[in-house]
Design a protein around this ligand. Structure first.
Ligand code: SF4
Ligand code: SF4
Length: 277
C-alpha cells in the first residue's frame, strides 16, 4: 500500500496509462501523484493547460493527455518529484523516461547509468540522452533511454561509479542505534526540504534524531513538522524513514504520528453546514 511503502500499486499506475494510440504518438507526462496534499505547481506551470486547474489546492492533479506535449515543465517544478515524461514513440525497441534528479554530480550525456525502479532496485542499464539543468526550474531533468519494456518501471537512476559508496552506507546503517556516520552527508542533501509547510530541512530532522528525538511525534512536538496544512501526510513518512535509517530499524517499526480528525484541511463551508453564504 502506498502509505506504508511509498510505492504505488500496479492498479494505481495502470489507471494513469494513456491509450495505446496516445502512447505511440509522442512524449507525455505520467503524473504519479496519488495523495491529497496542499500542492499545485504542476497545474499552474503547464503552458498548455494539460494539467487541469484545481478548485481546491488539495486535489489530486488530473491531466488531459491530448493537450500534453511532453515538454517536461511540470516535471521540473513538482516538489514531490512525482512527474515523469515518457516517450514510447520510437519503434526500435527502446523508449525514454525523463526523471527529475536532485543529486550531485549530474550524469553526462552518453553515460551509462543504473536504471532503478520504484522500490529502489537496479533493474538494468540506461543511457543518458539529455541533461537539462535549467536555472529557472532548479530541478534538473535527466532523460535516459531504456528497453521499451522497462519504461514504466524505471523511475530513478544511480551513477555506476557511486555504487560502492551506496552499498557501504547501507551496510553501515544496520550497525549502530544512532550513528552520526550513517548519513551519506553532503551539503546539498542536508538542505533537502522534508516539511514544506514549516520549512524544515533534512539537516534539522537529522540533528533532532541525533539529540535523541526518535519518534515521529517527538519530532513533531519539538519542531512543528507535521503541524502545517499537509498534517504530516508528506513529511511524516519521510521522517519515519529517516528515523528508521539512523536507528537501524525497519520503517514499519516506526509509529506514525498521532492524528485527530479532521485528517485533511476542509473548506470553511463544510463546518458551516452547506454551500450557502
Ligand atoms: S509535460 Fe508539459 S504539456 Fe505535459 S502536462 Fe507537463 S507541462 Fe503540461
Ligand atoms: S506533488 Fe507534484 S504532481 Fe502532485 S500536486 Fe504537487 S506539483 Fe502536482
Amino acid at each position: 500500500m502506498l502509505i506504508n511503502t511509498g510505492v504505488p500499486t500496479r492498479e494505481q499506475l495502470d489507471r494513469l496509462l494513456p491509450s495505446p494510440e496516445r502512447r505511440a504518438r509522442g512524449p507525455y507526462a505520467m503524473v504519479e501523484c496519488f495523495q491529497e496534499i496542499p500542492c499545485n505547481p504542476c497545474s499552474t506551470a503547464c503552458p498548455f493547460d494539460a494539467i487541469l486547474p484545481m478548485k481546491d489546492i488539495n486535489e489530486i492533479p488530473a491531466i488531459d493527455l491530448d493537450r500534453c506535449t511532453g515538454c517536461g515543465i511540470c516535471a521540473g517544478v513538482c516538489p514531490g518529484l512525482a512527474i515523469f515524461i515518457i516517450d514510447e514513440s520510437k519503434k526500435d525497441g527502446t523508449a525514454t523516461v525523463t526523471i527529475p534528479y536532485e543529486f550531485r554530480p549530474l550524469p553526462e550525456k552518453g553515460e551509462t547509468v543504473n536504471a532503478v525502479n520504484r522500490e529502489g532496485d537496479v533493474i538494468g542499464d540506461a543511457t543518458v540522452t539529455r541533461v537539462l539543468a535549467s536555472k529557472r526550474t532548479k530541478t534538473p531533468l535527466i532523460t535516459v533511454e531504456v528497453p521499451a519494456e522497462l519504461v514504466h518501471d524505471v523511475r530513478f537512476i544511480s551513477l555506476i561509479d557511486e555504487q560502492s559508496f551506496s552499498d557501504d552506507t547501507s551496510s553501515e546503517s544496520q550497525k549502530s542505534p544512532v550513528s552520526h556516520e550513517t548519513a551519506p552527508k553532503t551539503d546539498d542533501e542536508d538542505e533537502i526540504i522534508i516539511c514544506r509547510c514549516e520549512g524544515l530541512t533534512l539537516r534539522v530532522i537529522r540533528d533532532l534524531i541525533r539529540e535523541g528525538y526518535t519518534t515521529v511525534d517527538e519530532i513533531k512536538r519539538i519542531s512543528r513538522a507535521g503541524m502545517g496544512p499537509c498534517q504530516a501526510r508528506t513529511c511524516g513518512p519521510l521522517i519515519a524513514a529517516e528515523i528508521a535509517r539512523m536507528t537501524g530499524q525497519q520503517v514499519a517499526e516506526i509509529q506514525p504520528s498521532a492524528h485527530r480528525a479532521p485528517v485533511k484541511p476542509l473548506p470553511i463551508e463544510f463546518f458551516l453546514g452547506g454551500d450557502s453564504e
